[in-house]
Design a protein around this ligand. Structure first.
Ligand SMILES: Nc1nc2c(c(=O)[nH]1)N[C@H]1C(S)=C(S)[C@@H](COP(=O)(O)OP(=O)(O)OC[C@H]3O[C@@H](n4cnc5c(=O)[nH]c(N)nc54)[C@H](O)[C@@H]3O)O[C@H]1N2
Ligand SMILES: Nc1nc2c(c(=O)[nH]1)N[C@H]1C(S)=C(S)[C@@H](COP(=O)(O)OP(=O)(O)OC[C@H]3O[C@@H](n4cnc5c(=O)[nH]c(N)nc54)[C@H](O)[C@@H]3O)O[C@H]1N2
Ligand code: SF4
Ligand SMILES: [Mo]
Length: 917
């Protein structure tokens, strides 16, 4: 076996601190990060002022990156069937078991399930190995849950999966329409750029279209709180309005587009009067007319869309309905204009570039692209080793897991994604994987729930260790640099796959020694037989980067594709000449017939379920939950519901509730939210069994998909809600070290684990079917360290107890309603205090009482950068701070990354309303 360490990038061990440029591993904005390195560790991060995406800014997740690093919680060793083993053995086992599956069940019994969080180089190797050398078309990715509808619509309309816009367009537009996007929380730096642009340009207008009032509405001139799933009707109506008011761009249509008649006819099959459309979308007709009027009276319009559009059983058509309007109005290919699908993951775009999707072959070539099969076979030189590449598309994510269930696929290699949490009907997905004969998982973190069902676990390097490229939402390729040593035996994903390929006899085709070699090969393939205008030409062409030397690759500055002989410095905006890579050279409008969600509401499941993201967490929380300050914004799983729905179901704010859906259930804390429409509830997609019992949003969702893109309908479930029946609630805090092996959750109706700085906090609720827990006996059986002090208040059903040892607090327990909980931050700080003389009586009393003047609970954390809580902010407002600036001056909230400013504004407004009342 080759020396794995030798291929790791050199780490920086300078004694003096130095700066290194890299890229943020979270969202698709793709911000440049300047990392401070001290003795081989990243000790601080800041926005890279030279990176075009963020120009020095970072959001709260980006600025907490260094807090999520460190060896604890990482996967450190390969495991086979539960036992730690050597890399040699693990790689031999992967190769042998994959070979055995192929020879017994055929090549198509093997599959890969990848992720937009892999680097382009990892992705390229995976696609080549599975399609080219293992001969299976079943290579799909979590981007199926994310970008698939946007991809399908771009390909249908433009003949290429090519985002026409760039970030500057958001600043140059006169009208920006945010539809199905909560930009303020999910692409915060782009949101900040938009906010600044609007403050500089008094003529700029912003429209937000979302069933929920989100923080993005903070900058909206017009908000359309439409009925879930009614977007296609809204944009079809706009097309009809453009036609009726003579606002189409006939010259553009004549020269550069086709299909208007059919698209218009389909739009006009329904009643296209403003009243009828407004009624179907459940909005005020005057607001609708304002939106239509603004769209048609401005040339520089960007429509930015995301999961509220894509994650639908008719997502492709919804994207198309938006594109139709842009084509009909000629609002594309110009500065400040275009239909802009914003990507979610840091390298969702890179995965699309290498073609790591089941319906694509490679490098923006599909199976049906003329000569593609022959070309890729020739390029990969697969001929002598594998008889043929698969000759048609493979199974898309949801169908792939169904094929595993039926036993048609017997082996799956999952990389950098957590499908038991993120796929719909998640409980079933977990059962399917548990029964699958071979599940290989490559991940970085030991708490990824998918590891529960893995036969072979491969520890991968993570951000700051891995080295390669990512592409952001505006097609900008940036370097993510390897700056620190990987922990334990973690290895790069591309290296792991290369070693398996070698063991399978493909050494020659996988002789990579550095990501630069892989990137160069990928760049060459993109340019192969790629002459504009010739049959099968592709917009994606980075042949201009194919001959980078290792040093040039290391130093590569951010650059937007295409990069080739015609555009050596990259390309900001596409289709400026109106020429599209379709057979006719024209863009296509397509007929769209709006249809509602497949998950139908009925008497049992009468509430519409919406799912999505919160500001400070990333997906399944494997990394963001390691930063205590990110955890404090929303510490527990929750259900947002309208006050009237809450009342109708007998639910109070902060009460524990249970949602039931056709596939499963969800338990969390109710948040009464005026932001919700009546009849609709919102739950976060993030929580999973590493953090809470029964709080996986996807356990509620049925696996309906878009027939074209295969993207699941993650935004439109059908559920019922009721108060959760439970016994007493309890809060337990235990030092991080002692908490490691502790599972205080057995017999609980509800539990949530909340990692903090010095302690782990559990919120628990007793199961009402069980006898009341004898907490003092339980303490003795379960908790480490002596029971030092306790107090029982039977009348109020309260108990408080704690354990102190060697001048430190071991654990702290409170049984009783959480609204009597002292500040968890204060308690957490106490866990961090150690004193050689022991803990004074005064402190002991405060600990037992759980309250003193300093221990006021500041409430949920609003400003994560400065850890400022809601109650402190409300108190300051009542004390006379009536602006964001005044609050910032007193409490520092909102003064760093700015992500909490919409929430501050909402609190200011709320308090104002209180005063008026
Ligand atoms: N903090 C944070 N940021 C992230 C991520 C994260 O996990 N955490 N993930 C990243 C990833 S991978 C992605 S894909 C992006 C996603 O970014 P977004 O798409 O902005 O995220 P979501 O919160 O899933 O959904 C966006 C909005 O769609 C709305 N919506 C629901 N149904 C409808 C509908 O029928 N019509 C319309 N018009 N809107 C609807 C929801 O109410 C929600 O506010 O975020 C990226 N950024
Ligand atoms: N209900 C509902 N479901 C959804 C969504 C929704 O809005 N609602 N959104 C969907 C969308 S848009 C997305 S993108 C998905 C996201 O869902 P997932 O992809 O399942 O979520 P992550 O937590 O990002 O999983 C990434 C995993 O990869 C690991 N990892 C990180 N970096 C690396 C690496 O370099 N190598 C390896 N091998 N592992 C790594 C992390 O530790 C983590 O375990 O969820 C989808 N599911
Ligand atoms: S906006 Fe996205 S890319 Fe930029 S710092 Fe935040 S999470 Fe990272
Ligand atoms: Mo995503």
């Amino acid at each position: 076996m080759s020396d794995a360490r030798a291929v790791h990038p050199p780490s920086v061990h300078n004694a003096a601190p130095c700066q290194a440029a890299t890229t943020c591993p979270y969202c698709g904005v793709g911000c440049g990060v300047s990392a401070t390195l001290e003795q081989g560790r990243i000790t601080a991060v800041a926005g890279d002022t030279t990176h075009p995406a963020n120009q020095g800014r970072l959001c709260v997740k980006g600025s907490a990156l260094h807090e999520t690093l460190g060896h604890s919680g990482r996967l450190l060793h390969p495991r086979v069937d539960g036992a730690i083993t050597s890399w040699d053995d693990a790689l031999d086992q992967v190769a042998a078991r994959l070979s055995a599956t192929r020879s017994t069940h055929g090549n198509h019994a093997v599959a890969a399930y990848l992720s937009g969080q892999l680097l382009t180089e990892d992705y390229y190797v995976a696609n080549k190995l599975f399609k080219g050398f293992l001969g299976t078309p079943h290579v799909d990715t979590n981007s199926r849950l994310c970008m698939a509808s946007a991809v399908a619509a771009y390909k249908r309309a433009f003949g290429a999966d090519a985002v026409p816009c760039c970030y500057d367009d958001l600043e140059e537009a006169e009208l920006v329409v945010l539809v199905g996007s909560n930009l303020a929380w999910n692409h915060p730096v782009l949101y900040q750029r938009l906010k600044t642009a609007r403050s500089r340009n008094p003529l700029m207008r912003i429209v937000v279209i979302d069933p929920r009032v989100t923080d993005s509405c903070d900058i909206a001139d017009l908000y359309l709180g439409i009925a879930p799933g009614s977007d296609a009707r809204l944009f079809n109506g706009l097309l009809a309005f453009m036609h009726r008011t003579g606002r189409m761009d006939q010259v553009y249509l004549d020269r550069h587009a086709e299909g208007l008649e059919e698209a218009l006819a389909a739009a006009c099959e329904a009643d296209v009067t403003l009243d009828a459309i407004a009624a179907d979308c459940d909005i005020d007709p005057e607001r609708l007319e304002t939106f239509y009027y603004w769209f048609t009276s401005q040339l520089h319009v960007v429509t930015l869309y995301s999961q509220g559009i894509n994650q639908s059983s008719s997502g492709t058509d919804k994207c198309q309905a938006i594109i139709n309007c842009h084509l009909a109005g000629g609002r594309i290919g110009l500065p400040g204009a275009g239909p802009f699908s914003i990507t979610g993951q840091p390298n969702a775009m890179g995965g699309r570039e290498v073609g790591g999707l089941a319906n694509q072959l490679a490098a923006h070539m599909d199976y049906h692209t003329p000569q593609a099969l022959e070309r890729v076979t020739r390029f990969w030189q697969t001929g002598t080793l594998v008889p043929t590449l698969p000759d048609g598309p493979g199974l898309k994510a949801v169908a792939l897991f169904e094929a595993i269930e039926r036993g048609e696929v017997q082996a799956v290699w999952i990389m950098a994604t957590n499908p038991v949490v993120s796929l719909p009907d998640a409980d079933r997905v977990k059962r399917i994987l548990a029964a699958c004969p071979l599940v290989i998982v490559s991940d970085c973190m030991a708490n990824a729930e998918v590891l529960d069902v893995a036969d072979i676990i491969l520890p991968a390097t993570g951000w700051s260790e891995k080295d390669g490229t990512v592409t952001n939402s505006e097609r900008c390729i940036s370097r993510q640099r390897g700056l620190t040593e990987p922990p334990g035996e973690a290895r790069h994903d591309w290296w792991i796959m290369t070693e398996v390929a070698r063991r399978l006899g493909f050494a020659q085709a996988f002789d990579y020694d550095h990501p630069a070699t892989i990137f160069a090969e990928h760049a060459r393939l993109s340019g192969l037989d790629n002459d504009p205008g010739a049959a099968g030409w592709r917009v994606f062409d980075i042949s201009g980067l194919a001959s980078l030397t290792r040093d040039e690759y290391d130093a590569l500055a951010p650059i937007q594709w295409p990069v080739n002989a015609r555009a050596p410095a990259g390309t900001a905006r596409l289709f400026t000449d109106g020429h599209f890579p379709t057979p006719s050279g024209r863009a296509r409008l397509m007929p769209v017939r709006p249809c509602g969600p497949q998950q139908a509401l009925n008497a049992t499941y009468a509430l519409r379920l919406n799912t999505g993201r919160v500001r400070d967490q990333w997906h399944t929380m494997t990394r963001t939950a390691r930063s205590a300050r990110l955890m404090n914004h929303r510490a527990e799983p929750f259900v947002d519901l309208h006050p009237e729905d809450a009342e109708a179901h007998g639910i109070k704010d902060r009460q524990l509730v249970e949602l039931t859906g056709i596939c499963g259930r969800f338990r969390g804390r109710a948040r009464i939210a005026r932001a919700q429409r009546r009849g609709e509830v919102f739950v976060p997609m993030h929580w999973n069994e590493a953090f809470s019992g029964r709080a996986r949003a996807n356990a509620l969702l049925a696996p309906y998909v878009d027939p074209i893109s295969g993207q699941p309908e993650s935004k439109h479930g059908a559920v019922n809600v009721r108060p959760l029946t439970h016994g007493r609630e309890a809060t337990l805090m235990v030092t991080t070290e002692l908490a490691e092996d502790l599972q205080p959750v057995r017999d609980c109706a509800y539990w949530a684990r909340i990692p903090m700085c010095h302690a782990v906090r559990w919120q628990l609720a007793e199961d009402s079917d069980m006898a009341e827990r004898d907490w003092l006996a339980w303490i003795e059986d379960t908790l480490p360290g002596p029971l030092s002090q306790w107090s029982v208040d039977d009348a109020r059903g309260r108990l408080r107890a704690s354990s102190l040892q060697d001048g430190r607090l071991n654990w702290w327990l409170m049984v009783g309603p959480p609204d009597t909980l002292p500040s968890p931050l204060w308690l957490d700080a106490l866990f961090g205090e150690a004193s050689s003389e022991g803990i004074s009586m005064a402190v002991r009393r405060r600990i037992l009482a759980g309250r003193d003047s300093d221990a006021r609970d500041d409430g949920p954390i609003i400003c994560s950068c400065h850890q400022v809580g809601q109650y402190a902010i409300q108190a300051a407002i009542r004390d006379g701070d009536h602006s964001i600036e005044a609050l910032g001056a007193r409490l520092a909230c909102g003064t760093q990354c700015g992500s909490c400013q919409p929430e501050l504004k909402a609190l200011l407004e709320e308090e104002r309303d209180h005063v008026r009342l």
